[in-house]
Design a protein around this ligand. Sequence first.
Ligand SMILES: *[C@@H]1O[C@H](CO)[C@@H](O)[C@H](O)[C@H]1NC(C)=O
Ligand SMILES: *[C@@H]1O[C@H](CO)[C@@H](O)[C@H](O)[C@H]1NC(C)=O
Ligand SMILES: *[C@@H]1O[C@H](CO)[C@@H](O)[C@H](O)[C@H]1NC(C)=O
Ligand SMILES: *[C@@H]1O[C@H](CO)[C@@H](O)[C@H](O)[C@H]1NC(C)=O
Ligand SMILES: *[C@@H]1O[C@H](CO)[C@@H](O)[C@H](O)[C@H]1NC(C)=O
Length: 493
Amino acid sequence: MFFVIPTLLLVKTPILECAKIACLATHCSLRFVNSATDKNKGANYSATLNKKIVPSYIPKMAKTFCLDDYDAIGFDLDNTLATYNLKNLLEMEYNCLAEYLVEEKGYKEEVLMKPFNEKSTDFIQRGLIVDSQRGNLLKLDYSGKIVKVAHGLSFLTPEDIKKTYGEHLTWEVTNEFVKDFLATWNGPLSEKMRTFLDYFDMPASLIFARAVEEIDKQNDGRPVESYTVYNDIVDGFNFMFTPAHFAENKGKFFPLIKQHPDKYYKKCSPHVLEWLKELKAKNKILFVLTGSYIDFANHTATTCLGDDWKQYFDFIGYFSKKPGFFTGVNRPFLRLNNLKEKDEILSTELKSGQCFSQGNWDGLIEAMKKSLNKTDIKPLYIGDNFIQDLYTPSKYTHCDTVAVCEEQSAEGFPTKEHPDSSYLKSNLWDSYFYTSNSSEGKTPTIWSDILKKHCKICVPSISYLASEPINKKYSTFNDEDSNFSTDGFYPTR
Ligand SMILES: *[C@@H]1O[C@H](CO)[C@@H](O)[C@H](O)[C@H]1NC(C)=O
Ligand SMILES: *[C@@H]1O[C@H](CO)[C@@H](O)[C@H](O)[C@H]1NC(C)=O
Ligand SMILES: *[C@@H]1O[C@H](CO)[C@@H](O)[C@H](O)[C@H]1NC(C)=O
Ligand SMILES: *[C@@H]1O[C@H](CO)[C@@H](O)[C@H](O)[C@H]1NC(C)=O
Ligand SMILES: *[C@@H]1O[C@H](CO)[C@@H](O)[C@H](O)[C@H]1NC(C)=O
């Protein structure tokens, strides 16, 4: 949900459809947005995303990372500070989306309502890319080359991949995507591809594949010219994750999360809360930036961190519409009242201890400088979404990032196995971080490439980071090595 990023939309887009598209675009991020609000409050994705066009990636010189070096430390909420029982969450999302497609879009129950279990979920992996028209799911290597393709539930042979995507194993849409991961966020390219980037949209890949398989079956086993399954899935995401549905108890997803918090959320360990206090005691600014709307974010944070969760943070930004939060310049900050958005507040009025909705990075940085009485501060952001939380702040602002990635422990490196590893790991797609190739070793994926170029280190959880000393020095990713290596991943064996 959340975040789901935005790339969104697959919709065909004649002018008439503009309204729909706008809504999807924001939506994609599920949690995020509601199109009406978006328009009224002036968040114009095409305008704001294009303002700072200076992707300013400077190769990193620092070879070590130390938390203590930062003046301000920010956290994403979902799947970073707040963690979920992923098996239960993924299964529930699968069922909500499948039921929606059966009930509202006429898909066959016997096709979609098949088991979502350890076996069938070997097909899912975070970060798969949808080629919506061809009905394919893709895995890319670090250079943007297409290394695996599934059509329906079947994998294409290397010869068939070449027939579809050419000798170079590339596609013009993903070529733009790898040049700038925000290029396909909206506009025409966003209608052609999108990625399932987090645990809120990941189960949709299995639904997509099962639906495509059935369509081919109905067509005498042959692929059709163009698939519309993805449009229906986007409608399903809107149904599940429209922010207003939390308060209205609609869309299946929010009502279930509200009714059974213990089933879906994990409680944050006391040592993490102690660590937050310790960081704050060192005169660091702590902040949260979440894409979730205020009521849902409060529910999540209260359940995971406790009733007094706000006390740990100097600034709390809800409904922040990443990645636009980092790239857009004049996006307004809104005051809150009773878990709802109210009037605009100038960034110069922001004070430590304040919560706000939406907003923008430059304004937040100014407020933090003022609060610390410093002319320059060094910020860090920690998150799980490779594009919104890691790539965008690193490329479009001067913010360092740390990745929280549960796949790391699910895949068993370095040490402890993840309790839901069978749901996160995929033998069919191979590692989230690399593709094994006997002649060439382990070729990094596009996601590993983001880690190497845009993150200092990768950890399986905040809990791990909190269990280490604040002044610990970690050696960072080494971005020269084109083979996959575990440098930069912690803990080490
Ligand atoms: C959004 O920005 C684009 C590009 O600057 C502009 O053409 C369009 O009119 C804007 N839309 C709104 C609703 O402001
Ligand atoms: C925040 O969420 C908790 C748990 O759902 C709820 O008890 C509390 O009333 C919410 N806070 C506000 C201000 O509504
Ligand atoms: C802020 O820093 C300046 C320069 O270091 C100093 O003169 C001033 O007194 C400080 N203000 C506050 C409120 O601490
Ligand atoms: C390994 O990589 C080489 C060169 O890119 C390629 O020709 C070969 O098909 C790959 N093998 C596998 C098993 O993917
Ligand atoms: C990557 O690893 C393979 C197999 O271990 C090795 O043959 C190859 O030379 C390595 N490539 C680079 C660029 O280090």
